[in-house]
Ligand binder design. Structure first.
Ligand SMILES: NC(=O)c1ccc[n+]([C@@H]2O[C@H](COP(=O)([O-])OP(=O)(O)OC[C@H]3O[C@@H](n4cnc5c(N)ncnc54)[C@H](O)[C@@H]3O)[C@@H](O)[C@H]2O)c1
Length: 344
């Protein structure tokens, strides 16, 4: 049976996770090449992943006939250019979230993939996590009745890297961290967004504020969905205490909780020193299995020629919400969401 030949473009924090999964854990695929514009990162990644074929320029990956598909894990502002080039060259595309910076870029990626007849999957790995999958199944079963309020928290332990400080390049932490929360809301409800309102502040990162006055490290956004569901997303980065991904979904007939900030869900109390527990350290560990499962799913979609599980339209939904949230922060007003109610 054919093995899929994958080229990794961008071998930083998230790229190394995908690279290691492809190189060591996925049966039907090979890591055929690694590409990174930073020579030090490229050298280190090639050694760590045991992949001797390296490129400094993504265009070389696109031009390589031995490569069937690319896994794009570069900073967000490069997603559209690289994904469109790869699709046009006939490569299937796995693209990390956030799909792009603007909805127009998302549409360009979707069009390029459709025109070339290649698969496109967006890196919303929570859809492959056991807890989130179970939540989706329970909601779809109707046991809890219709969803009324969703509260989704996304907090990351480390400060956002410098390329994320410029909102024009990254859309800020609401994109970098809360894209996952927004996608869960979209996935759980299947609804569109009518409008968004947000408040944000920079409490912890004066160094980012000096260069980018609109940078914020804490945000709360309220979304009104077109089926009347009310969603609240909060994001913090850096949270310092750990990685915290939790969702509470209040329904007509009950309430559902997904995720915990507690590692192993274990806490203990002693008379001498009070309450103890370990926090989840990182998205790398919390979603380890989900990153593997999403890549297995992408490989399977390409090899069996079936639709991918997370589409370009899904990626665009989150980007449209992100853009409206940032516009609300700029204007202080609720902002209608582009393409409200229009989802795949
Ligand atoms: N799904 C998740 O949970 C998750 C987690 C972390 C990051 N991400 C996403 O992954 C993407 C990368 O984030 P990161 O934290 O790994 O960033 P990073 O800065 O750690 O890594 C990015 C890498 O891309 C390389 N790069 C930059 N320009 C390039 C170019 N033109 N061609 C090839 N390589 C280039 C950089 O040298 C760097 O090695 C972002 O879109 C981010 O939102 C997703």
């Amino acid at each position: 049976m054919k093995r899929l030949q994958l080229g990794l473009i961008g071998s930083g924090r998230a790229g190394l996770i995908h690279g290691a999964n492809i190189a060591r854990r996925i049966d039907r695929a090979d890591l055929a090449a690694v590409c990174d514009a930073n020579p030090d990162n490229l050298r280190a990644a090639a050694a760590e992943l045991g992949c001797p074929r390296t490129f400094a320029d993504f265009r070389e990956v696109c031009a390589d006939p031995a490569i069937d598909a690319v896994v794009i894990v570069t900073p967000t502002f490069l997603h559209a250019e690289i994904a469109c080039a790869a699709a046009t060259a006939g490569k299937h595309v796995f693209l990390e979230k956030p799909m792009a910076v603007t909805a127009d870029e998302c549409r360009a990626i979707e069009e390029a993939c459709e025109t070339a007849g290649v698969k496109l999957q967006i890196g919303f790995m929570r859809r492959f996590d056991d807890g989130f999958r179970r939540a989706k199944a329970v909601l779809d079963s109707g046991t809890l009745g219709r969803v009324m309020i969703i509260k989704s928290t996304g907090r990351g332990p480390g400060g956002p890297g410098p390329w994320m400080w410029d909102l024009k390049k990254s859309n800020g932490i609401v994109a970098e961290v809360n894209s996952h929360d927004l996608d869960s809301i979209h996935w759980f409800t299947g609804a569109g967004v009518r409008h968004a309102y947000a408040e944000a502040h920079n409490f912890k990162m004066p160094e980012a504020r000096e260069r980018f006055p609109d940078f914020y490290d804490n945000v709360v956004a309220t979304l009104r969905l077109d089926d009347d569901t009310i969603a609240v997303v909060d994001g913090t980065c850096p949270a310092h205490y750990g990685y915290d991904a939790r969702v509470e979904i209040l329904c007509e007939k009950g309430v559902l909780f997904v995720g915990s900030a507690r590692k192993h869900g274990c806490e203990w109390i002693t008379v001498e020193s009070g309450l103890h527990g370990e926090a989840v350290a990182s998205w790398r560990t919390l979603f380890r299995d989900a990153y593997l499962a999403e890549m297995e799913s992408f490989v399977d979609a390409v090899l069996t020629d079936r639709p991918t599980d997370v589409t370009g339209a899904d990626g665009r939904w989150a980007v449209e919400a992100v853009v409206a949230i940032n516009e609300s922060l700029r204007t202080g007003q609720p902002v209608p969401v582009n393409g409200a109610g229009v989802i795949a």
